[in-house]
Design a protein around this ligand. Sequence first.
Ligand code: BG6
Length: 474
Amino acid sequence: MGFQNNFLWGGATAANQCEGGIFEGGRGLANVDVCPSGSDRGAVITGHLKMLEMDDAHVYPAIEAIDHYHHFKEDIRLFGEMGFKVYRLSIAWTRIFPHGDEEEPNEEGLQFYKEIFEECRKYGIQPLVTISHFDCPIGLIKKYGGWRSREMIDFYLHLCDVLFNRYKDYVTYWLTFNEINMILHAPFMGAGIYFEDGENEERIKYQAAHHELVASALATRMAHEVNPENKVGCMFAAGSAYPYTCKPEDVWEALKTDQENYFFVDVQARGYYPSYASARLAKNGVFPVMEPGDKEILKRHPVDFISFSYYNSRCIAAPGSGREEAGGNLFKSAKNPYLDFSEWGWPIDPLGLRITLNQIYDRYQKPLFIVENGLGAVDIPNENGEVEDDYRIDYLRRHIRAMKTAVEEDGVELMGYTSWAPIDLISAGSGEMRKRYGFIYVDKQEDGKGTLSRSRKKSFYWYRKVIETNGEVL
Ligand code: BG6
């Protein structure tokens, strides 16, 4: 049986992690630009250290990133060479609206993405566009406090209006917000929110989440109005929560962890606040303020498909159990004794992808799209300058095999798979360059030095074969 014939194979990037050129083309500054690498990053991205501009004491990796801004033709040519059917990229909001609240968009920014889409078309690659991959203009943070304010909805919709209309002939696959559940874990990086002393952080985060959920539903409506062919997806950081043991307290904590993540998708895909969330948010005094009509908006405009990132499963123990911790995308959890771990301490769990796919599909019965999956590792070129990344091939092979089984044996409806990331870029979590995910090596080192030249790793040829055979040769 295998994957459907039009299965969308490709790779995913985010503007701020690859473009660079942040002072070019009339672009304004965004939250993601001022997240420094180094020890202050954690406090900045979680909203506990206010940073709304750059200073001399920090290093800001987004300034140059991998300079995709000037290399995009070469990069997309290489994606074409691998046979990509789809390229997931994000729009830097501040290339289109430098401060976020201008009436007219910045034509130079629009032209940049148009050229990207034209380049994709040359190679028969469909774009899958994330409207906001964590981006929030600094102008809107200074004036409104980012997504904590309801005003953000209109600015976001203005951006959507421009994108949907200008790129009508190029793009039909859209994602409204990248990893929308990131708002609970890194609210500055995810939604431009920083906290003042004594604020009720939970209340602010869930209020901001509500604004994003309403914005997402309204964007979905708009996308369908502009072009009935448009398909809009939500995107969340997935990875099932396993109870550490069968002790009911562990099982209960694991269930709550899953619900915390599914909350967002429950609203975006089913169209209403699930009862567990309504009850708990109300009990904790953090139920968001809603405007009349919000419930109707959520109800009437659910997403067409569900996309997610999967890097690892989580292992959850009851509070106070003192279990050793492991890393992972989004948040830490207990260390699963049955798994291996990446160099960054993230669990490696291919079967977990099958489990996650089944759980999500059971819950929503909508087409799924894996839009991020990959291994962050240190790559060391050999004496010939080649990267033999068998560890990456092994990781991807096992995950693709697991998703294939989910399709073939469990009947999961899967639209496509975009690896994170097809080309080395800056890490979102740590701001490092040495945490590489790509099939394409970029000669840029942790100290910022390097020629920025691109070269094919061993995994490049492997992935090309995977796509060529629609996942038959792994
Ligand atoms: C996801 C994000 O959280 O995981 C990406 O959507 C990010 O932006 C990716 O890069 C991998 O995480 P990291 O921290 O290794 O870059």
